[in-house]
Design a protein around this ligand. Structure first.
Ligand SMILES: Cc1cc2nc3c(=O)[nH]c(=O)nc-3n(C[C@H](O)[C@H](O)[C@H](O)COP(=O)(O)OP(=O)(O)OC[C@H]3O[C@@H](n4cnc5c(N)ncnc54)[C@H](O)[C@@H]3O)c2cc1C
Length: 580
């Protein structure tokens, strides 16, 4: 076991981690630990854009953006945090531009902007062009730009290091424990401050836009150390995944004028959101698609999808603005989007919940107190700027605004404080976990358990939920967790043992799926991405509050989930009915 000592450790080298690293490296001795090479992070898959009320192409301001974010999040958004994000959005985009990001431009040479779901002028009058973009490769450009700037600032990366545990000592942050893929060695990183920026956890669903690596390792690590997870029942289903595969086709396609149609060729969103139609927020569009399918207006022999129609758009526009996703349609479906509509269905996309933080990125241990030295930013965190439903392009914004804030705050904390002593046997938990998996003579297959987990999540905890389906998910997950104890790891070696890590990641996903299902079961209302058919309306009297899920272990070592609730911060906007 090797021990390293840094001021600040950042876990993850996606957009949030690298934005944090650029700040913290300039202020404190920083190490970035990442299980992937930085430029392989999921931020690089983001397509459509990053919003900011630049008003480059039409009238706009950050207050309208804040209102849209709060309404889009079905009023579960903490409004103080949304105000900060939408105000700082403008500088966040300009910072990236100065770092060298090649945004798509207007003919006059300004950063161009396009429409995206739920972004409106003057509190809902009409759709507004607010999303800055680089064709449909915005995330790729952000990730490359941030990486170049990390290199410029001499950020120290530890690539293919998997962080598997958080070290606390008497409630203060002491460091993390990581596993080095190349050698199988365990490394303890002692640090004054730690920033979790390890991304999302969408792989517990089968049909998903998420990469294979989005397994919620960060959320699972803090949760196992007794810290809460906030609002995990709010998972976003993006309306336009490629049929059966879930590969994302950006909302920017509808921002450029694409239309959703049912089997009769009808533009059905006119019935659900008469003002902004296909550009309604994602939760509403995903439900509308499933309603069309359930009522027999789905397309194809099984009636199990609808169409994204781009055929009325000029091919030059598709080539310039949506080159990647039109290529996806050709590659994965053999369809020519110039002339044929593309079969789509909703796909699991984004975790609104996560590790609770305040606006400085400090992690909360309960509704009011923080964990000294611990920070989180990006999809792993819940600030909460997305509430019950994130608006498109607000995540690339979130990772830049709150990544920057967390990086500064963590470095400043490291300046003002000394190292906390490492706990005794700091690597004990990780060593035991890995040893158990490596030496197990179990017979259960990792792939089979993962498949069954994804099947029950898709069937029971997706766009439509009821008490019955959620109870089914809870029961299935409990059974799978039992079987997981008997999982077999084929590769017994030390070097590049991805089999072992897949087993660890599956354990993380099972824990988090259970938190999602149990949090969802307790929320007897429908709000944003959480839709309960047995409680189809929003209930502000009983549920205008954030869920806080804690893992508790009893005297016999048996773990269970305790739910608590936290008030929503409201500043200027009173909850209203959500109509578009
Ligand atoms: C296909 C797709 C398209 C999207 N399009 C858009 C869009 O157009 N606009 C928008 O706003 N949002 C979009 N999103 C959402 C947005 O891209 C993500 O929410 C955001 O990029 C997440 O950034 P992040 O830095 O938090 O995490 P990621 O970019 O996922 O990075 C996570 C990092 O953590 C590291 N990591 C994870 N686990 C560990 C561990 N155990 N140990 C060490 N390191 C670890 C990984 O190596 C990686 O470097 C899209 C998402 C997807 C999936």
């Amino acid at each position: 076991m090797q021990i390293h000592k840094y001021d600040t450790v950042i876990v993850g080298a996606g957009g949030a981690g690298m934005r944090a690293a650029i700040e913290s490296t300039q202020r404190s001795r920083t190490a970035v630990l990442t299980k992937l090479y930085p430029t392989r992070s999921h931020t690089g898959a983001a397509q459509g854009g990053m919003c900011a009320a630049l008003a480059n192409v039409e009238e706009d301001n950050w207050e309208w953006h804040t209102f849209d974010t709060v309404k889009g999040g079905d009023y579960l958004v903490d409004q103080d945090a949304a105000e900060i994000m939408c105000k700082e959005a403008i500088d966040a985009v300009l910072d990236l531009e100065k770092m060298g990001l090649p945004f798509s431009r207007t003919p006059e040479g300004r950063i161009d902007q396009r429409r995206f779901g739920g972004h409106t002028r003057n509190h809902g009058e009409a759709a507004v062009r607010r999303s800055c973009y680089a064709a449909d490769r915005t995330g790729h450009m952000i990730l490359q730009t941030l990486f170049q700037n990390c290199v410029k600032h001499g950020v120290e990366f530890f690539n293919e290091f998997y962080v598997l545990d958080l070290l606390l000592n008497e409630g203060r942050t002491a460091g993390v424990v990581a596993y080095e893929l190349a050698t199988g060695e365990i490394h303890v990183f002692q640090a004054k401050s730690v920033v979790f920026a390890s991304g999302g956890n969408g792989k517990f669903f089968k049909v998903t836009s998420n990469a294979h690596t989005l397994t919620g390792d960060g959320q699972a690590a803090v949760y196992r150390r007794g810290l809460p997870l906030e609002d995990m029942e709010f998972f976003q289903f993006h309306p336009t995944g490629i049929w059966r595969m879930g590969i994302l086709l950006t909302e920017g396609a509808r921002g450029e004028g694409g239309i959703l149609r049912n089997k009769d060729g009808e533009r059905f969103m006119e019935r659900y959101a008469p003002t902004i139609k296909d550009l309604a927020p994602r939760d509403m569009v995903s439900r509308a698609i499933y309603t069309e399918i359930r009522e027999g207006r789905g397309c194809g022999p099984d009636g199990d999808h609808v169409y994204l129609d781009l055929t009325h758009l000029p091919p030059e526009q598709l080539d310039a603005k949506l080159p990647d996703i039109t290529e996806f349609a050709r590659t994965y479906l053999g369809i020519e989007p110039y002339t044929d509509p593309i079969p789509i269905q909703p796909t699991a996309h984004y975790e609104m919940g996560g590790i609770p933080t305040n606006v400085e990125g400090e992690v909360l241990r309960n509704n009011t107190d923080i964990v000294p030295g611990l920070y989180a930013a990006g999809e792993v965190a819940c600030v909460s700027v997305h509430g019950a439903n994130r608006l498109g392009t607000n995540s690339l914004l979130d990772i830049n605004v709150f990544g920057r804030r967390a990086g500064i705050a963590a470095a400043e904390y490291a300046h003002a404080n000394d190292w906390t002593e490492l706990p005794e046997n700091p690597a004990a938990l990780v060593e035991e976990l890995l040893e158990n998996l490596r030496t197990s003579d179990g017979t259960e297959s990792i792939a089979q358990i993962r498949k069954e987990m994804q099947e029950t999540m898709d069937a029971n905890a997706m766009v439509y939920r009821t008490e019955t389906t959620l109870k089914q998910a809870v029961a299935d997950l409990a059974a799978l967790k039992e079987r997981y104890k008997n999982v077999s790891v084929q590769d017994k070696g030390k070097r590049y043992n991805t089999d072992l890590l897949e087993a660890v990641e599956l354990g993380n996903l099972l824990d988090l799926a259970e938190v999602l299902a149990i949090s969802a079961l307790a929320r007897n209302e429908s709000r944003g991405g959480h839709y309960r058919e047995d409680y189809p309306t929003r209930d502000d009297v009983n549920f205008m509050r954030h869920t806080m899920a804690y893992r508790e272990v009893d005297a016999d070592g048996k773990a269970s989930i305790r739910l608590d609730y936290k008030p929503v911060v409201q500043t200027r906007y009173q909850p209203m009915e959500r109509k578009y």
